[in-house]
Design a binder for this molecule. Structure first.
Ligand code: AKG
Length: 286
């Protein structure tokens, strides 16, 4: 399956160097529009088809939002319930998207590769590649947190995440928000969620930036950057595609497995994934 001209991210070195500096300084950077309008439509359609069972991949990870929209009720390590359970607009997360051609193409965009080469090296894997949907029906907030934790059983920490809007992200529908410059403190709490006092201290010193994005626009942020999002108060789902990248040598310490490789030697390609009969076992499963 080949798609033409969907990658509209730029590759001019001086522009990219400016983005690198902004990212290093602030812990996040807006990348602008990185894929074409036609391709965005395709991605929205694939997402809806996955949610409604019109396209399926055996073994794919699905997670519904809490019925009452209470983030604190969501069980985070709940392997039994991480599967498709019928058509719904309330799937909060759909993972394993590195095995879906339309989304693998998004990981391989020129601009993402450049950032990966600069901040990770030539060999990179994906800790997770997913849709983050904030449903219009009882969505939950996502409290401020970091995407690194000493509790996660990994040999090293992941590097950065790309978050691309599929259908527009605004303050009203719960766009991503970050605490600018918070990446410079390292791991702030033992887990990835912050204590109220740490959050308060950070907010006194640094500004909170709401990252509103048009469809096809993306932001890239360090996994150390404190981020979160509010509830969706509109009548339409807020759909984001995200991929978290890291050094391909990183292993899950429970299983000793490495993560799906997306850049470098023997990384995933459209041809390789087209031969798969089902989603490979999760890295954290024996
Ligand atoms: O999509 C959101 O609301 C938050 C995103 C997030 O926490 C992440 O991408 O790690």
């Amino acid at each position: 399956m080949k798609y033409k001209n969907y990658d509209i991210s730029f590759s001019n070195n001086s522009e990219i160097n400016k983005l690198f500096s902004f990212y290093e300084q602030n812990g996040y950077v807006k990348l602008g529009k990185i894929i074409s309008d036609n391709y965005i439509k395709k991605l929205v359609k694939v997402t809806q088809d996955l949610m409604h069972g019109k396209r399926s991949y055996p073994g794919m990870f699905f997670k519904l939002d809490d019925p009452k929209g209470n983030y604190y009720n969501i069980k985070h390590e709940d392997v039994e319930n991480e599967k498709y359970s019928g058509p719904s607009n309330r799937y909060k997360k759909i993972k394993d998207l590195e095995y879906v051609p339309e989304f693998l193409n998004c990981i391989k965009l020129k601009i993402i590769k450049k950032f990966s080469q600069k901040f990770i090296g030539s060999e990179a894997s994906s800790m997770r590649t997913m849709i983050l949907n904030k449903s219009y029906i009882n969505s939950s907030i996502l409290p401020f947190h970091q995407d690194v934790s000493n509790k996660w059983k990994m040999s090293k920490k992941p590097s950065f995440t790309v978050w691309m809007s599929l259908n527009g992200a605004t303050k009203k529908n719960g766009c991503l928000k970050v605490i600018e410059g918070s990446h410079k403190y390292g791991i702030l709490n033992f887990g990835n969620n912050l204590t109220t006092s740490v959050e308060k201290k950070l907010k006194k010193k640094h500004k909170v930036v709401f990252l509103e994005l048009k469809p096809g626009e993306a932001v890239l942020f360090s996994n150390y950057t404190v981020h979160g999002s509010n509830k969706n108060k509109t009548k339409k789902n807020r759909l984001g595609f995200t991929v978290c990248l890291m050094d391909a040598r990183i292993k899950n310490l429970k299983t000793n497995k490495t993560y799906p490789k997306v850049f470098g030697k023997n990384s995933l390609t459209l041809s390789k994934i087209s031969k798969l009969k089902k989603i490979p076992k999760k890295v954290y499963e024996n």
